[in-house]
Ligand binder design. Structure first.
Ligand SMILES: CC(C)(COP(=O)(O)OP(=O)(O)OC[C@H]1O[C@@H](n2cnc3c(N)ncnc32)[C@H](O)[C@@H]1OP(=O)(O)O)[C@@H](O)C(=O)NCCC(=O)NCCS
Length: 183
């Protein structure tokens, strides 16, 4: 189902999104901020093939991020990956595709909306994310703004621009969000 935040609607990926997704996938800046995740160049056909081969998959849930308003605009994508239904945890990620849409509070709204759905509807216990140690904006969003805990550091876990970089794992538990909502 669609998820509604204060500023955003999180909705299904549609064929009309493929051009945007392909552009962001090929954008060096987006790949830089995504840390460990990397990809060869993705052409139109490959993007279409990806869309056709990604139907319902119980370990992955993806949404496009649409800004609410009279003229809704798609600004990014987000989701849960590696959903582990037995241990009730999932990896969480989000990308605001264009630089001009970043730093305007969209990320906070998306992350809170995802956490609310993950804990209060899916019954998950833990959400975690892996962030490049140099991605200060993302760390600011997860840790300072949304109260996720920094729980681990993976030394030299990916190679970029000629050297190795660390990855920070952050997480939050259902009970921590519930406690915060009560306060
Ligand atoms: C990281 C990202 C998702 C954050 O979303 P956003 O909409 O830009 O973030 P918000 O505007 O909601 O900002 C939330 C908080 O992030 C932090 N932040 C924002 N810009 C920052 C900057 N330039 N430097 C450090 N922290 C910053 C602040 O704590 C901010 O809180 P504030 O409102 O008190 O300043 C988005 O910038 C993005 O998609 N970047 C590229 C891809 C990426 O890094 N994805 C995450 C991979 S883990």
């Amino acid at each position: 189902m669609n998820l509604c935040g204060e500023k955003v609607i999180l909705r299904a990926v549609e064929p009309r999104d493929l051009e945007l997704l392909q552009r962001w996938k090929n954008d060096p800046e987006v790949e830089f901020f995504q840390g460990e995740s990397w990809s060869p160049p993705v052409g139109k056909k490959a993007q279409e093939l990806w869309f056709r081969s990604h139907g319902w998959d119980s370990r992955t849930m993806r949404w496009m991020i649409e800004l609410r308003g009279r003229r809704p605009r798609t600004v990014g994508y987000c989701g849960f990956w590696s959903v582990d239904w037995k241990n009730r945890k999932a990896q969480t990620g989000l990308v605001i595709g264009n630089g001009s849409d970043r730093g305007r509070g969209v990320g906070v709204d998306v992350l809170r909306t995802l956490a609310d759905y993950g804990f209060r509807e899916l019954g998950l216990n833990k959400l975690y994310a892996c962030i490049a140690a140099y991605n200060k904006r993302s760390l600011g969003l997860f840790v300072r703004k949304c109260g996720w805990r920094q729980e681990g550091l993976f030394h030299q876990s990916f190679f970029r621009q000629g050297r190795f970089h660390d990855t920070v794992q952050v997480s939050i538990l259902a009970r921590e969000v519930a406690r915060r909502n009560r306060e």
